[in-house]
Structure formats: structure tokens, C-alpha cells
Design a protein around this ligand. Structure first.
Ligand SMILES: Nc1nc2c(ncn2[C@@H]2O[C@H](COP(=O)(O)OP(=O)(O)OP(=O)(O)O)[C@@H](O)[C@H]2O)c(=O)[nH]1
Ligand SMILES: [Mg+2]
Ligand SMILES: [Zn+2]
Length: 325
């Protein structure tokens, strides 16, 4: 079988691709640029080799899974910027949601990453780092695990090696794992610890609030004994967009309750036959989980409305431009 090349690093408009031991620098063929299709780290691509310089990426193979984030920057079309989802990584089996067990720990951030992971078809694993700095790591792990049946939680320390054996259960040959999370959470350090050498640069976190300084600046895939690990720069925030299925998949028990309300447009405030209110009242649904779910849903539908509004603006601008000319 002719194995495709995989994108391991993107640097502006140049792509480093790899197959077995062979690496090639590539640029995009005109037809991909014309269609605004850009490969991301993890993508499988077809290339035309050029022994004298950069090879050409001719096609991006269909993505098995993808991790996206809303892109508010977008390309300007007329006067209005488009709101779109931006793929960041492709073809990963697991997303390790790296969260440190310090002041930066946030269950709702884990929920956000999990929803976007599930939306893109991969499996989320909450990896709680820096257990050596935390007195109640087990309690925190229980909190993360209680978030959803869909999210597994593993506590580790790259410093002491605690928990790494549990993590290695995911390392089957051929598996691709993306490490995502805030700056300073310990993504690059974990890769170095697993590799047993300094593959990635790491940086200290700030004393006051434990936040990182955005040390990693590129997404990059490395191979360790047949396992592909993708290091990424810390994301500042992660909004919800096109995540209906991801949110429902992450909180499947809550989505199920919602579907049992007597009215299909139930607002879950005071309608009769509201399954959500009933579950909240009898204690089978924790209020924090309901709050988190509603928050994500609300944000997601807000971005959908915004997206549609922008589309309308663009269409109207186009008409104006056509009329004016
Ligand atoms: N005590 C302790 N410190 C850790 C652990 N893992 C990482 N650190 C420290 O946390 C700091 C940030 O680690 P990085 O690996 O650079 O974090 P990152 O997630 O790659 O951050 P960005 O590249 O900025 O997104 C470094 O000073 C690490 O030494 C751990 O398990 N225990
Ligand atoms: Mg890093
Ligand atoms: Zn209801």
C-alpha cells in the first residue's frame, strides 16, 4: 500500500511532511490555495516530489477526526469579517486536555475542550498535571471525572513520574494523540518526559497566577515508538461553535433529559413536565453540570446566530457592490 505523507509542522506557507524516515518541505498546489484548503498538522496529504526544491501538496485526504476552534479573525469579505471554525489539528485519536493542578485548574475549561474534541470525532482524556504541587490531587481528579461519562481523567506528574503508567495505556502503535490546554500546563514537559530527552522547549510559569508565557509557538507532531504526539501552543480561550453534537455527546445524560421534556421548546424554567427541573429537584442532576451544559449550549447557538448574521451581511454587501457597479 502506498502510504501517504503526514504533515508534521506548518510554518507560514511551508509544510514539513513525513513518511517513514523521509521528510520533505512542501508548498501548496494552486488548486488547494484557490479553494482556501489548508493542511493542518496531522493531515494526510498527496504530494508531487521535487528533488530540486520544495515538493507540492496536491491533495488533503479526508480527515478522520479534527479539532477546530472558532476563528473570529477570519478573512475580511466586504466590510465584515467572516466567523468560521478553524481546523487546528487532524486525524488524532485522543485529545489529552492538559490542565495543571494549581490555580489555573478549571473544570469548565475541561468541558469546553471535551465538547470540541467530541464534536470533531476524537476521544477526550483530561490529563491533570503537576500532582507533585497539589495536596488534594485525588479530589480534583474525581471532580474532573464526575463531569461526564465521556471524559476520562488521569493525574500525573512529569517531575516525579507519578501516573505516567496509566497514561501509557493509550500509547498503542499507530495512535495519534494531541496535547491541548493552556500555556504553562506542562504539554511540552510531558512530551520531553515521555521521550526521555529535551525535544521541546519549555518555559517557567508566572509566580502570581501560575500562567504560562506561550513558550511553544507552533503545532508539531513527533513520533515516539510508533505513537504520534502533537504538541501545541497554549490556547488563550476556546469558544463554542458548530459544537451541538460535541456538547450533546459530552453531556449525553443531560441531552437525554432535555429530550424528555414535555414541550420541545421547553426553557426548563417553569413549564409542566420538565424533565430537567425534575432531575435538578430530585438531585439526580447536579446544578453545576446543568449550568455548564446550558452555558456551552448558549454560547454555541450565539455563535450560530452571529455566523448567520455575518453571512447575511456579506450577501447584502455583495448585492450593494453589484448594484453600484
Ligand atoms: N512541579 C511540576 N512542574 C511542572 C510539571 N510539568 C511541567 N512543569 C513546569 O511547568 C512549566 C511550564 O511547562 P511547559 O511544558 O513549558 O508548558 P506548556 O503547556 O508546554 O506551555 P506552552 O508551550 O506555553 O503552551 C515549566 O516550568 C515546567 O517545568 C510537573 O509535573 N510538576
Ligand atoms: Mg509548550
Ligand atoms: Zn425542560
Amino acid at each position: 500500500m502506498n502510504q501517504p505523507y503526514r504533515v508534521i509542522l506548518v510554518h507560514r506557507d511551508r509544510y514539513l511532511v513525513r513518511k517513514e524516515e523521509q521528510e520533505r518541505f512542501c508548498i501548496l498546489a494552486g488548486n488547494l490555495r484557490y479553494r482556501d484548503e489548508y493542511p493542518v498538522v496531522g493531515d494526510e496529504v498527496e504530494i508531487t516530489e521535487n528533488p530540486y526544491g520544495d515538493s507540492l501538496i496536491q491533495a488533503i485526504l479526508p480527515r478522520r477526526t479534527v479539532f477546530c476552534r472558532p476563528d473570529r479573525g477570519g478573512h475580511a469579505d466586504g466590510f465584515v469579517k467572516t466567523l468560521q471554525v478553524q481546523p487546528l489539528i487532524a486525524n488524532m485519536d485522543y485529545v489529552f486536555i492538559i490542565t495543571s493542578l494549581n490555580q489555573d485548574f478549571s473544570v469548565s475549561r475541561i468541558a469546553r475542550y471535551a465538547a470540541m474534541t467530541v464534536a470533531g470525532g476524537a476521544t477526550p482524556v483530561a490529563v491533570l498535571t503537576k500532582a507533585d504541587l497539589c495536596a488534594n490531587a485525588e479530589e480534583m481528579e474525581a471532580k474532573a471525572a464526575a463531569l461526564s461519562r465521556e471524559i476520562r481523567a488521569v493525574t500525573i506528574s512529569s517531575r516525579t513520574g507519578y501516573g505516567l503508567e496509566r497514561l501509557r495505556e493509550y500509547f498503542r502503535p499507530g495512535v495519534t494523540i494531541a496535547l491541548l490546554g493552556s500555556s504553562g500546563a506542562g504539554k511540552s514537559t510531558l512530551i520531553n518526559t515521555l521521550a526521555g530527552r529535551e525535544l521541546m522547549r519549555t518555559g517557567e510559569v508566572r509566580e502570581e497566577d501560575s500562567k504560562g508565557r506561550h513558550t511553544t509557538t507552533h503545532r508539531e507532531m513527533i513520533e515516539l515508538d510508533g505513537v504520534y504526539l502533537i504538541d501545541t501552543p497554549g490556547l488563550r480561550e476556546l469558544g463554542m461553535m458548530d459544537a451541538e453534537e460535541g456538547i450533546a455527546g459530552t453531556f449525553s445524560d443531560i441531552a437525554e433529559l432535555v429530550s424528555q421534556c414535555a414541550f420541545s421548546d421547553c426553557t426548563h424554567r417553569n413549564e409542566p413536565g420538565c424533565a430537567v427541573r425534575q432531575a435538578l429537584e430530585n438531585g439526580s442532576l447536579a446544578p453545576e453540570r446543568w449550568k455548564m451544559f446550558s452555558r456551552l449550549e448558549e454560547e454555541n447557538s450565539w455563535s450560530r446566530i452571529r455566523k448567520n448574521e455575518k453571512m447575511m451581511h456579506i450577501a447584502m454587501n455583495r448585492r450593494k457592490i453589484r448594484k453600484g457597479s
